[in-house]
Design a protein around this ligand. Structure first.
Ligand code: CA
Length: 252
């Protein structure tokens, strides 16, 4: 079950939110102080953090900034005031959402559900590996296959090479021209090799989490990618996992 950290100095509010989340089946930890909250979030891997902005010790935005460097974790900000600046700086600092106090508990629960669905921690972990070369050399591909991440921003699948820095994709030395979104989609699948990604997750990665529209745009991009890669080079790179989403497997 998802582990959630609540960092909120209004102890009654923290307790109330904790009870509601426990009732939903989540595992909960609490901190009433920014500094303590940061320490807990650095030590333990939470799936989600509910973070108040006005906190003793260290304010929420500072906690968020430091955590982005040490252990990026999906975070929803709790803002007491309806302060636009706080929200903007919060989102700039890497928060995925915010909710203004006082809030209806149903709204908070709904946002928690959406956050956990759209921002699974494994994606965050992959992003973290990207920024942490030490971690990527250990935790990466232990299989025999050479498929996967080859170096910083370079992903390989059989004869396909995606180079993020050059923003180029080659198959057996041939340049493949992709649109920005096709490129992003392919990069997301390659950087999460062997992990089945849901349409929602892919949509969030490719179109942004505030995208409002049909998730079948994901299927459309997959079709474009297949027509530019699979069909041309006679391979089956992107696998459909019925009822779930898509995956690129390292062993094929
Ligand atoms: Ca507060």
């Amino acid at each position: 079950m998802a582990k959630i950290l609540i960092v909120e100095d209004e102890e009654q509010l923290a307790r109330f939110v904790e009870l509601e989340l426990l009732h939903e089946g989540y595992e909960i930890s609490k901190a009433f102080d920014g500094r303590v909250g940061l320490e807990m979030a650095e030590k333990e891997n939470f799936d989600l953090i509910l973070l108040d902005i006005m906190l003793p010790g260290l304010n929420g935005l500072e906690v968020l900034r430091r955590l982005q460097i040490s252990n990026p974790t999906p975070t929803i900000l709790l803002t007491a005031r309806d302060a636009v600046m706080d929200k903007v700086s919060g989102l700039d600092a890497g928060a995925i959402d915010y909710i203004t106090k006082p809030f209806a508990i149903e709204e908070l629960l709904a946002r928690v559900r959406v956050a956990l669905k759209n921002h699974p921690k494994m994606i965050q972990d992959m992003v973290k590996q990207d920024t942490n070369p030490a971690a990527s050399s250990e935790g990466q591909n232990t299989s025999e296959s050479k498929n996967g991440k080859q170096s910083e921003g370079v992903y390989v699948w059989n004869k396909l090479v995606l180079d993020n820095k050059r923003h180029e994709v080659h198959y057996d030395g041939h340049l493949i021209t992709l649109t920005n979104r096709e490129f992003l989609m392919l990069e997301t699948l390659l950087s999460n090799m062997d992990i089945v990604l849901s349409r929602d997750t892919l949509l969030m990665q490719v179109c942004g989490y505030d995208y409002i529209g049909e998730t079948n745009v994901v299927d459309v991009y997959v079709r474009y990618l297949r027509s530019k890669i699979d069909d041309v080079y006679d391979v089956k790179m992107i696998k459909t996992v019925r009822g779930v989403g898509y995956v690129i497997r390292s062993t094929e």
